[in-house]
Design a protein around this ligand. Sequence first.
Ligand code: F3S
Length: 393
Amino acid sequence: MILSREEERVLSGEEGEARAKAMEILCAVGKIYGADGLLPVSSAQVSGVSYKTIGDAGLEFLADFAAKGAKAAVPSFLNPAGMDRENWKAMGVPPAFAEKQLEILRAYGKMGVSATCTCAPYLIGIRPRLGEHVAWSESNAISFANSMLGARTNRESGVTALASAITGKTPNFGLHLDENRKAGLIVEVDAEMGRMTDFGALGLIAGREAKDRIPAFEGIPRKPASEDRMKSLGAAMAASGSVALYYAKGITPEWRLAGEPGKLESIAVTKRELEEEKAKMSSADSVELVTIGCPHASLSEVREVAGRVKGKKLKVSLWVCTSRETKAEAEKLKYVKAIEEAGGLVVADTCMVVAPLEEMGYKRTGVNSGKAASYLPSFCGQKVRFSDVEELL
Ligand code: F3S
């Protein structure tokens, strides 16, 4: 890798131990993947925030990095934590967990990483432009940035995204380069796609089929393909496969194929396959908890839930997971009040997967997200009901 004089200085420790360490991490990754050098990034989105996922070892690493004077050099923001920072008691989070979680947030705060605690930064105005290079690490956010916005990021880990936050750089390889942004699989959608779970189920199927290829969708109608539905599609593909970029004809700003359309492998996905996928992901007939907002709910998703539960009383727990910003908007519009009066919670800063659900006694959870349906059994020991909001509520 060829480094600039300034990058060499950082690496040699002239700007402090923390920046040198961050530069060392990025250079090591760059060498492994054959990067020719480093690129400036305009932002970093850092995962590895929940105490449930990073544990004491992660907390120690962050505290040490913060103590060495690490500071974000570009706008940087956090993925969800393991609990709502303000409302964790109402969620039923164990105090010992909460204490560790707050320590993690303090360490990130010391480094100047903003505690947005959302996996959908694109819903709170953090939207890199077409061609802009960023270093993001939450898989659905990566997919949305690359696909729906046409920005450029690799699938960063929490550590490499933090290293990018501190240096403002990322190694130049993978999805930062035009030649690696070409689709190798056409997915023809031969189904109506009227419901949110259609997009989650399609994502789960396409993610598995794509393997390490970039999928290009034909036949997703523009009208029901709202950003909410496309975020669900991208999240599910990132969960069942490692899809960090996809194209959808007439929807995504870019459309690049790795060859002549007729010569690429192509698969068709029918309505019957979508329904079979949904049935396969559902292992619970009844639920104790319904969670909406994977990826984090938009204001219109919060509104939909509020409209459905207003004036009613819920028999099971309900969490609507969203960002603190969206929750504040929903409070002004009285959506939070309607949900809380029905007995539900609008939970900020966290989600059903990174919160300690199993420690909180839940065993059966209803979700409308393909990604959550895919992760909850293994990450949280849950049986899952994968259905649309109207059925779950
Ligand atoms: Fe976000 Fe949690 Fe889903 S981080 S994408 S809500 S698993």
